[in-house]
Design a protein around this ligand. Structure first.
Ligand code: PHE
Ligand code: CO
Length: 297
């Protein structure tokens, strides 16, 4: 898909309302149909995270939030955010119904489009929901798209995804783990201490505290193959967080051709989510308190 502004093809009645639909699942953000409650949910979640994140989220993330002018004025209009994105890193956000098939998602990223779920969670889901909503996708992911290095990493990831899709399901799994442990649940080392950059953490009050303060999880230095061979949990806080030294490190580590890496990893059994290896650079060996004992993904 080359077109940055897909053509509207039809309207669609969804279980969340009546939404104009575009090809490949892109819709128009139905901003006028948000209820007072929807806007209040945004305001509440925004306020909670904005109070919590100074000193926890990395400077690049907090700077992004400020530059977008996100606030407690209700759900942002994607078109407004897109004006600034277009002028800075050339990214655009597109509204979608929810999770996309892998190849569609990769195609968006490879073309510097970030898909954002247009709907927001209900007031009884402030602390947890099982699928990404607007607050996670927008507040969690979009601020870092203003950072030039991170913006390039996300596009490179999309291109790498298209390639992995052609290699096969195991390669795709390896690449998905990389996304999980960086874009969603990554920590970054700074002169002031560990900070959060992962979207799954910054959009969660509980995990924003747990990931940095709890003695339970491992915190381990990022290694490309280490991460790509480590399983993860989708239903609990992470057992291990991987720590990068900067976005340049992440971008540089992922620059090589992954084809031989996929081959190498296919010959080895993956690590469990909570494993600590001899070769790890350890920031914290988790106490494992509260860990689920059943198998991880
Ligand atoms: N270099 C990777 C490859 O050859 C592509 C990639 C870049 C993957 C950045 C993830 C992140 O497949
Ligand atoms: Co996400």
């Amino acid at each position: 898909m080359e077109n940055a502004t897909p053509r509207r093809v039809e309207h669609q009645q969804t279980d969340r309302g009546y939404v104009p639909v575009y090809a490949t699942g892109v819709v128009e953000q139905p901003w006028d149909s948000y209820t007072v409650t929807d806007h209040e949910v945004w305001n509440t979640l925004y306020r909670r995270q904005r109070e919590l994140l100074p000193g926890r989220a990395c400077a690049e993330f907090l700077e992004g939030v400020e530059r977008f002018g996100m606030g407690e004025n209700g759900i942002p209009k994607f078109a407004d955010l897109n004006d600034l994105l277009a002028k800075t890193t050339g990214w655009q956000i597109v509204a979608v119904e929810g999770l996309l098939p892998d190849e569609v998602f990769f195609d968006h990223l490879a073309n510097r489009r970030f898909p954002v779920s247009w709907w927001i969670r209900k007031p009884d889901q402030l602390d947890y929901l099982s699928e990404p909503d607007l607050f996670h996708d927008l507040f969690g992911h979009v601020p870092l798209l203003l950072n030039p290095v991170f913006a390039d990493y996300m596009q490179a990831y999309g291109r790498g995804g298209m390639k992995a899709f052609g290699v096969g399901p195991e390669a795709l799994m390896n690449l998905t783990r990389l996304y999980w442990y960086t874009v969603e649940f990554g920590l970054i080392n700074t002169p002031d201490g560990l900070r959060i950059y992962g979207a799954g953490i910054v959009s969660s009050k509980g995990e924003s505290i747990y990931s940095l303060d709890s003695a339970a999880p491992n915190r381990i230095g990022f290694g490309l193959e280490r991460v790509m061979s480590t399983r993860y949990r989708i239903d609990t806080y992470q057992q291990t967080y991987f720590v990068i030294e900067g976005f340049e490190q992440l971008f540089d580590a992922t620059r090589p051709d992954f084809t031989p890496i996929y081959q190498r990893l296919a010959a080895k059994a993956p690590h469990a989510a909570g494993d600590v290896l001899d070769a790890d650079r350890v920031f914290n060996v988790g106490t494992r308190e509260g860990w689920a004992t059943n198998a991880d993904t």
